[in-house]
Design a binder for this molecule. Structure first.
Ligand SMILES: Cc1cc2nc3c(=O)[nH]c(=O)nc-3n(C[C@H](O)[C@H](O)[C@H](O)COP(=O)(O)O)c2cc1C
Length: 206
């Protein structure tokens, strides 16, 4: 697979030029670019390397239309050639936690990883540990937006939808928690310039 992008943006360029885009050029997503964006997002860090995030990529127009309905009619879901649904599946993480132990640590690493997670989460309610899983998935959500921009794509993060309906549409288990929906494609509008607090407003230096 070859990427369509010749020269990725620097991280500074990607951050500066990312803005929410809700109208997209009507052309299919390049599949190699899409895969590369997902791969870059999967390099996000997580506590104990748990990697609780999971992605569901929707390119089928009929399913995008269902997502639009679940998101109170927000048109960016059908304007975008693809929608990446980012969610956390903490139960899958726990059931398969040995996969996340670094191979260099061998069997001891796998056993250690299992014990760590059993001790930390075994006694917790599914919803409570799911909330922890979501904090990790949110990191990948941020990486995903910047990876997309870095390769010349645009996105809009979305939490304005009915999560139960989205689970039903995608056949996801009840326990999963959503970082958000991410319509992705090439921008067909400029979006709004950044309006942000100053560093001084949000920072205390010690
Ligand atoms: C977690 C999250 C949820 C959001 N949900 C929606 C949404 O449902 N619909 C929408 O149009 N924009 C949504 N936004 C986009 C924000 O309105 C936008 O990021 C913010 O106004 C800053 O603008 P910018 O992204 O262009 O810099 C969401 C953003 C975030 C980070």
């Amino acid at each position: 697979m070859t990427l369509t992008v010749n020269k990725p943006l620097t991280i500074t360029e990607a951050i500066e030029s990312r803005r929410s885009i809700r109208k997209f050029v009507q052309e299919p997503m390049d599949q190699a670019d899409l895969h590369e964006i997902l791969r870059l997002a999967s390099l996000a860090p997580s506590a104990w390397n748990a990697q609780t995030w999971r992605f569901a990529v929707v390119q089928d127009p009929a399913i995008k239309e269902q997502l639009r309905e679940a998101a109170y009619g927000q048109g960016q879901l059908t304007s975008a050639p693809a929608v990446i649904v980012v969610y956390s599946d903490m139960e899958d993480t726990l059931n398969t936690v040995e996969e996340t132990a670094h191979p260099g640590m061998g069997e001891a690493g796998r056993t250690g990883q299992r014990n760590t997670f059993n001790n930390a989460f075994g006694a917790q309610e599914v919803a409570q540990r799911g909330q922890w899983g979501l904090t990790q998935a949110n990191i990948a959500f941020g990486f995903l937006m910047l990876a997309a921009r870095g390769l010349g794509y645009d996105t809009v993060p979305m939490l304005g939808f009915n999560p139960e309906k989205v689970k039903e549409i995608l056949g996801l288990p009840q326990h999963v928690q959503f970082a958000g929906l991410l319509p992705i494609g090439k921008r067909a509008e400029d979006g709004f310039p950044h309006h942000r607090h100053s560093v001084e407003r949000i920072t205390k230096f010690y």
